[in-house]
Design a protein around this ligand. Structure first.
Ligand code: PMP
Length: 395
C-alpha cells in the first residue's frame, strides 16, 4: 500500500482544477510583477490601498525597533505585549463592543469562536456559501452541523426549528466569492426569535462598508444584541495581518479560557499590531478612500454590464464575473494575462460546480484609467473566447 498522490494530482489537472501560485516579485498594489511579468492586478483584497501606506510601513518599522520581531510565545505565556493590548482596546472601541481579542489569522479566529461556543449536543447553522474556515469550525466543533440556503432566512428558520441545545447561526458579512451582503436584519430576527446567537465574519466588510468603515454592522446599524459575535480580519482592507473577535466581556474571556486555536499558538509579531493601530486610524480618517472605491465600483459595474458580462448582486469591491465552465474561466483569465492584466479564475471546490468565475476585486489604490483598461481588455478577451454553445457542443 502506498499513497497514490500522482493519480490524485493527475485527476486534478484533468478536471481543470489544478491550482498554481503566482509568484509576486514586487510589493502589493495595482501594478505588480508576477513571474517576471509586469501586470495590472485586480485580485488583491487590499481594498483601501493601505498595505503600502508609508505611515503603516513606518509604524511596522518602529514597532520592530521597539518590540523586536517575533511574538515569542502564546498570549497566555509571555506573548501578549502592549501593542496587542492597545490594538484590542482600539478595535473594541471601533466596533462599539466592550472587548476584542486579537488572532494571528482569520482562519484561526473563526475556528476558535465556533469551537469555543458550541459542542456536542448543540447546533451550528451556517450559510451554505460561508467561508471555508467557518464551515471547518462548524465541523470541528462536534455540534449538529447544518447549512441553510444562501442568505435565506426561511431556510434558516426551518433548520432552527429542528435544532438542539445552544444554537449558533454563522454567516459571512460579505460573501467572499460573490461579493453580496448577508441579509443580517432578517437573519438576526430569526436567530432572536429562537434564542440563537448570531456570529458574523465580516472579513470583507470592514473598511469598504459603513460610514466610517465599520463594516456590515455599521451599514445596517446593528449592535451587540443583534450580533453578539463579530469577526473581522486585518489582512484585507486593514492592509496588515491577523484578525479579531469582538463582543461582550464574557465572550472574550470564554475564548481566552477555552478556544484551543487561541491558546495553543504564538502571538502575532507585536510590530504587526503597531502597523494595524496605524492602519485602523487611516481606515477611519481617510474617508476619501471609501468614496473613491465606491466610484470605481459603480464605473466597473456600468462598463461590464454594457459589455454583456454577467455580474453578481454585489455592492462591494468583490465583483465576480460569472463564467460557469472552469476551462472557460481559466482561458479568460489567461487571455487577460496576455494583455497585462491579472484577474483570478475561481473554480470549484472554492465555488459551487458550474459557477466558475473571474473574481475581480477593486481597490482605492486603482485609478479610473486602470478600470477603463480592465474593461477594454475584458471586451477584447470576451470576443476571442469561443461561444458557450460552441463549448457545449464540443464537450
Ligand atoms: N473569512 C473570510 C470571509 C475570508 O475571506 C478569509 C480569507 N480569505 C478568512 C476568513 C480568513 O482570513 P485570514 O486570511 O486572515 O486567515
Amino acid at each position: 500500500m502506498s499513497f497514490d498522490l500522482a493519480s490524485r494530482l493527475a485527476a486534478r489537472r484533468a478536471d481543470n482544477l489544478f491550482r498554481q501560485r503566482p509568484l509576486l516579485q514586487s510589493p502589493q498594489g495595482p501594478e505588480v510583477v508576477v513571474d517576471g511579468q509586469p501586470l495590472l492586478a485586480f485580485c488583491s483584497n487590499d481594498y483601501l490601498g493601505l498595505a503600502n501606506h508609508p505611515e503603516v510601513i513606518r509604524a511596522l518599522q518602529q514597532g520592530a525597533q521597539q518590540w523586536g520581531v517575533g511574538g515569542g510565545a502564546s498570549h497566555l505565556v509571555i506573548g501578549h505585549s502592549q501593542p496587542h493590548h492597545e490594538l484590542e482596546e482600539a478595535l473594541a472601541e471601533f466596533t462599539g463592543r466592550p472587548r476584542a481579542l486579537l488572532f494571528s489569522t482569520g482562519y484561526m479566529a473563526n475556528l476558535a469562536a465556533v469551537t469555543a461556543l458550541v459542542g456536542q449536543g448543540d447546533s451550528v447553522l451556517e450559510d451554505r456559501l460561508n467561508h471555508a474556515s467557518l464551515l471547518d469550525g462548524g465541523l470541528l466543533s462536534g455540534a449538529r452541523f447544518s447549512r441553510y440556503l444562501h442568505n435565506d432566512a426561511d431556510s434558516l428558520a426551518k433548520r432552527l426549528d429542528k435544532a438542539e441545545g445552544n444554537s449558533l447561526v454563522v454567516t459571512d458579512g460579505v460573501f467572499s466569492m460573490d461579493g453580496d451582503l448577508a441579509d443580517l436584519p432578517a437573519l438576526c430576527a430569526e436567530a432572536k426569535k429562537r434564542g440563537a446567537w448570531l456570529m458574523v465574519d465580516d472579513a470583507h466588510g470592514f473598511g469598504p462598508l459603513g460610514a466610517s468603515g465599520g463594516g456590515i454592522v455599521e451599514h445596517f446599524g446593528l449592535g451587540i444584541d443583534e450580533v453578539p459575535v463579530l469577526v473581522g480580519t486585518l489582512g484585507k482592507a486593514f492592509g496588515t495581518a491577523g484578525a479579531f473577535v469582538a463582543g461582550s466581556e464574557e465572550l472574550i474571556e470564554t475564548l481566552i479560557q477555552f478556544a484551543r486555536p487561541y491558546i495553543y499558538t504564538t502571538s502575532q509579531p507585536p510590530a504587526v499590531a503597531c502597523a494595524t493601530l496605524k492602519s485602523l486610524e487611516l481606515l477611519r480618517s481617510e474617508g476619501w478612500r471609501r468614496e473613491h472605491l465606491n466610484q470605481l465600483i459603480a464605473r466597473f459595474r456600468a462598463g461590464a454590464t454594457q459589455l454583456g458580462l454577467e455580474l453578481m448582486d454585489s455592492p462591494t469591491p468583490i465583483q465576480p464575473i460569472l463564467i460557469g465552465d472552469s476551462a472557460r474561466a481559466v482561458e479568460f483569465s489567461r487571455l487577460l494575462r496576455e494583455r497585462g492584466l491579472l484577474v483570478g479564475a475561481i473554480r470549484p471546490p472554492t465555488v459551487p460546480a458550474g459557477t466558475a468565475r473571474l473574481r475581480v476585486t477593486l481597490s482605492a489604490a486603482h485609478s479610473f484609467e486602470q478600470v477603463e483598461r480592465l474593461l477594454a481588455a475584458l471586451g477584447e478577451c470576451q470576443a476571442l473566447l469561443p461561444s458557450e454553445e460552441g463549448n457545449q457542443c464540443t464537450a
